[in-house]
Design a protein around this ligand. Structure first.
Ligand code: SME
Length: 159
């Protein structure tokens, strides 16, 4: 199964177009959220080699670290704090070309230079966010938002 997971595409858009159906096939009938988010994290890492990516899950007043790929990260983020907490509070995706220019950015690693955070909704409430960090400035565009929102919209059915 996993050995059939393949990486294609020259542009990032082509890579997303190739990856998303493969992810749906990979997850197939699995229902365990930890297993699903873990393999989605690994697949995104394999395809794009992002510096850090992972899920934070809403737990009462905090986002709590979930499945991820990358270096050790902060485990709890309060609502409205940092890029993740802002995505949660505002219930909108956040595109941050330069993390140093984002007021209140939480630096889990100094290597992170740009970031995108996508909320995941269940019954119109944010239940989690997907956080993707790059070690390059300006590494994300509306293409990333478009396809990562599609991914998160699909993932919301498993929450
Ligand atoms: N930079 C994020 C914190 C999470 S780490 O990047 C993994 C933020 O400002 O919310």
């Amino acid at each position: 199964m996993t050995e059939n997971f393949f990486l294609t595409g020259n542009t990032r858009e082509e890579q997303y177009v190739s990856l998303l159906p493969q992810l749906e096939a990979l997850i197939d009938k699995e229902t365990n959220l930890t297993a699903i988010l873990s393999n989605v994290s690994a697949a995104l890492k394999q395809q794009f080699d992002f510096f850090w990516l992972g899920f934070y899950l809403v737990d009462n007043d905090n986002l709590v670290l979930g499945p991820f790929q990358g270096t050790v990260a902060c485990m709890r983020i309060a609502k409205g704090k940092g890029v993740c907490g802002t995505a949660w509070e505002q219930a909108t995706s956040q595109l941050v070309p330069d993390v140093d220019a984002f007021p209140g950015h939480i630096a889990c690693s100094n290597a992170s230079k740009s970031e995108v955070v996508i909320p995941i909704f269940k019954m119109n409430n944010v239940v989690a966010v997907l956080d993707v960090d790059s070690d390059k400035y300006n590494d994300f565009t509306s293409v990333d938002i478009l396809y990562l929102e599609k991914l998160c919209n699909w993932l919301s059915t498993y929450f």
